[in-house]
Ligand binder design. Structure first.
Ligand SMILES: [Zn+2]
Ligand SMILES: [Zn+2]
Ligand SMILES: [Zn+2]
Ligand SMILES: [Zn+2]
Ligand SMILES: [Zn+2]
Ligand SMILES: [Zn+2]
Length: 466
């Protein structure tokens, strides 16, 4: 079985009329009114007590996407933003305008006017794509002379190379015990890191000219050289390291967070001049980047380094009288206990989190049990990864070392799948009877309008505004 995230945009929009605005009922017991034509006479009940529908206003689309004209079509006066609008009078309404379907606040239905930003959004999207021409020489690696593959950027000169090409260059420089210089400009390299931004550019270039694509053999070879998975500090001191140096002086170079192991032997290891370092994302302290040790040093989801597990594996719990970072911070996914739904779940909308919590309880299960189940499905590649917001999601599995933030992202992703595949009968009754919001999980209204968030289901795919 495989669960795939599909766009339902075209199918859904043919069955629902294209609305450009709506009247959102302030009282969730009454339905919203969709405004689908550029000029529409609204016909609905105006008194909560009656089901009699009659025409009471006409709404005409404005030219500027942010306002509209409202004309009173009722035999009564109506109230717009507190102003009395008599028969056939016209006023301008804006996003958020309050429209009361009769002459008084009490007893009549109250609506908020909302313009659906769909056309605007698709227009913006078009404007965001610029056609640019690129000199191919500017997207090529000066080592292999091909378009970058898994680009890395070195600093301070900011030249770019394939990860595999530069990894091999780095390895050879270290073998020879010489400082690492940029293969392009010969400047000393202090830092190298993956550049995900360039990946999109490369993708576009390869799409435009597929003859630039590399063969599978070449890619496999580059992958086998690749060693840069997190940001590496290649050189942080200016001069040769001397024994017993305190890093407070000249040698501290451009960082105030030197590596404790450059001056003190911990666990039988002392850094050499060529040792590459990582900087802990939490405490900013440096640690040597060690290969061949069985301890994670960085998170594969965000590619940031975390020092806790490393120092704890050496039995070091204090450095310079400061406690070291948490040893559990890179615990494998399947070894982590979970007792609460992460706050980022369901787009941070508390109500949907509560619904998920109640579902799980009602099914007689625990959160841990549900997550373990879904980690299994995830591990067997049964879930589409489109919505998983981690780097290289296809390389992540149940034994991956993730930081706390990336673990929360993974759990939220799994809980989305738990909910979206759950038969309606497992939902609590108040949640089960809700219709899906057209904007699904991407809906912005759910974040500022509690009524709306409760009234419609938002753990669903967007069918609009894509
Ligand atoms: Zn290259
Ligand atoms: Zn350079
Ligand atoms: Zn060191
Ligand atoms: Zn740390
Ligand atoms: Zn992470
Ligand atoms: Zn919504």
């Amino acid at each position: 079985m495989s669960i795939v995230e599909v766009g339902e945009c075209s199918a859904a929009s043919s069955s629902q009329p294209q609305s450009w605005a709506k009247l959102v009922s302030v009282d969730p017991r009454y339905p919203d009114i969709d405004i689908s034509s550029d000029e529409m006479v609204v016909c609905s009940n105006t008194l909560p007590s009656s089901t009699d529908k009659h025409e009471w206003c006409k709404i005409t689309k404005g030219s500027n996407q942010s306002s509209a004209m409202l004309q009173n079509k009722s035999s009564n006066a109506i109230l717009v933003d507190g102003e009395v609008v008599q028969g056939e009078e016209t006023v301008i309404v804006n996003f958020g305008s309050e429209i009361i379907s009769g002459p008084a606040r009490e007893g009549y239905l109250i609506y908020k006017f909302e313009i659906i930003p769909i056309r605007e959004a698709s227009q913006n999207r078009l404007q965001n794509y610029l056609q640019v021409s690129i000199d191919l020489e500017h997207v090529k690696c000066s080592i292999c002379l091909n378009v970058w593959y898994d680009a890395v950027t070195v600093a301070p000169c900011l030249h770019n190379f394939c990860n595999g090409c530069f990894s091999e260059w780095l390895r050879r420089s270290q073998e020879r015990g010489v400082s690492v210089v940029c293969p392009q400009c010969r400047g000393v390299v202090h830092f190298v890191g993956r550049n995900h931004f360039l990946r999109n550019i490369v993708e576009n270039v390869l799409q435009a000219d597929s003859s630039l694509k590399r063969g599978n053999d070449e890619i496999a070879q580059l992958d086998s050289y690749t060693s840069i998975r997190t940001n590496l500090i290649i050189r942080y001191g200016k001069k040769r390291r001397r024994p017993n140096l305190t890093f407070a002086g000249e040698e501290s170079g451009n960082t105030g967070h030197p590596c404790p192991q450059c001056r003190t032997d911990y666990g039988g290891f002392l850094c050499s001049l060529n040792t590459v370092h990582l900087q802990c994302h939490t405490c900013r302290r440096l640690m040597p980047y060690r290969s061949g040790i069985n301890v994670p040093q960085y998170c594969v989801g965000c590619e940031k380094a975390f020092c806790g597990p490393y120092w704890h594996s050496l039995g070091v719990t204090m450095i310079d009288n400061n406690p070291v970072c948490n040893s559990d911070s890179l615990k494998p996914v399947n070894e982590r206990p979970i007792s609460r739904i992460p706050h980022i779940t369901h787009g941070m909308v508390h109500y949907e989190q509560e619904v998920t919590e109640r579902c799980i309880r009602q099914m007689g299960r625990s959160l841990q049990d549900v997550i373990s189940d879904w980690i299994g499905k995830f591990n067997r590649h049964e879930i589409d990864l489109t919505l998983l917001d981690l780097n290289h999601p296809e390389t992540i599995n149940a034994t991956s070392n993730l930081c706390d933030i990336c673990y929360d992202k993974l759990v939220s992703f799994l809980l989305y799948w738990f909910r979206i595949t759950l038969p309606n009968r497992h939902l609590p009754r108040d949640a089960a009877k809700r219709a899906d919001c057209w904007y699904g999980y991407a809906c912005r209204t759910q974040h500022h309008n509690e009524n709306h968030a409760r009234k419609l289901n938002h753990v669903c795919r967007p069918t609009r505004g894509l």
